[in-house]
Each structure stands twice: as structure tokens, then as C-alpha cells.
Design a protein around this ligand. Structure first.
Ligand SMILES: [Zn+2]
Length: 198
């Protein structure tokens, strides 16, 4: 008795060459079919590395490093439509792609209902809301969304972005290597950043 016919049937189902051998191609195709995200997230520097000013993100407050991203769905900033958002050049394609995936996953109506179209800003040369060290916003590598309903001190479940229907939102950003302070520390749920906490 052999398992090969079964393996071949699975391989046909997930769209790889049905050779009866479970190799890396088959495994990743099965993962995709099961919706198990493959870990292909880029490894961004840590906050401490960013603050040293020697990471790939360079020095804080350097607007020459910023580039404009056209959001794939309409964003509002303080009630006004946003034509483009300025982010660090090194994260631009990830921001664009993540927002595309958000649109694909949720659709416009749900995006609006969940407040995923309420943009709270990216580049800002300032310290963290906790005070002291410079915020990742000073490099243009942090973005805020739905700020009013996700104020710095709001915890789950009060912070709307902490709710179960927003898990996919975070998983999309995390697949691009971004970090949610809400998901990691349960504060500042509006905030995501392209720098690891440690
Ligand atoms: Zn922020």
C-alpha cells in the first residue's frame, strides 16, 4: 500500500505537479490553500536601531527620504479627502500593497464601516505620545488610522481597531512586517510601524 495516489490528488487540488513527493513547493501550495500565511514578511530594524540613525531608514526629520503613495481606496484626514500620503521611500511599496490587500479583503463599504479609511498621518517630527524618545513618525515609518476611536490610552475592546473584525486588517500589515502597538501592548491602537519593538 502506498500514500502516493492520495498525495497526487492533494497536489492536483492545490495546483502543483502531481509527482507524489511532498517537497517545499507542495507544502507552500498546501499552506496557501489552507489560508496559512507563509512567513515572507520583511525584517525591519528595531526601534532602537532606527533611533540610532544608522539603520536603512537614515536620520529622523529628513524629508528627502519621503515619497508619495496614492492610496488605492479613498482616505480621509480630519474629514478631508487625502490625495496621497507621504511615507519613507523604503516602506512605500509595502504601504501601497497592504492597502490594496485591505481593499480586496474588506471592500469599500466595510472599510468605511470599520473606519479603515480614516487616516491619522504618517510623517511627523515629534517625540512619542509617551514622551521622551523620538516617535517612529519622525522617520515616516509609522502610520495612524482611525485616531479618534483609537486614542493612545484606549484599550481593547474600547479601541475599535482591537475588535475581531479588524484582525484581518492587522494580519495584512503584519505580513508586510509592520508592528501594531495595540496588538503587542494594548495601547495606541491607531498606530502601526515598520520597526520592531525589540
Ligand atoms: Zn502613531
Amino acid at each position: 500500500m502506498t500514500m502516493k495516489p492520495t498525495i497526487r490528488r492533494i497536489q492536483q487540488k492545490v495546483g502543483v505537479t502531481p509527482d507524489g513527493i511532498i517537497g517545499p513547493c507542495t507544502l507552500s501550495a498546501i499552506s496557501r490553500a489552507l489560508g496559512v500565511a507563509e512567513s515572507k514578511a520583511p525584517l525591519w530594524p528595531t526601534q532602537a536601531e532606527v533611533r540610532r540613525g544608522t539603520s536603512r531608514f537614515g536620520r529622523p526629520g529628513n524629508e528627502a527620504q519621503l515619497t508619495s503613495v496614492m492610496p488605492p481606496y479613498p482616505l480621509l484626514y480630519e474629514g478631508s479627502p487625502v490625495r496621497s500620503i507621504r511615507v519613507h521611500g523604503a516602506i512605500a511599496t509595502h504601504v501601497q500593497q497592504a492597502l490594496r490587500e485591505v481593499l480586496e479583503h474588506y471592500g469599500s463599504a466595510e472599510i468605511h464601516r470599520l473606519g479603515l479609511d480614516l487616516y491619522g498621518g504618517c510623517y511627523n517630527y515629534r517625540p512619542t505620545s509617551g514622551g521622551g524618545a523620538l516617535s517612529m513618525h519622525a522617520w515616516g515609518i509609522a502610520l495612524d488610522f482611525s485616531p479618534d476611536a483609537n486614542a493612545y490610552s484606549f484599550k481593547s475592546p474600547r479601541a475599535t481597531l482591537s475588535r475581531p473584525e479588524c484582525v484581518a486588517w492587522w494580519q495584512i500589515w503584519e505580513a508586510h512586517g509592520a508592528v501594531s502597538l495595540g496588538r503587542e501592548r494594548n495601547y495606541d491602537w491607531m498606530h502601526l510601524q515598520f520597526a520592531r519593538l525589540s
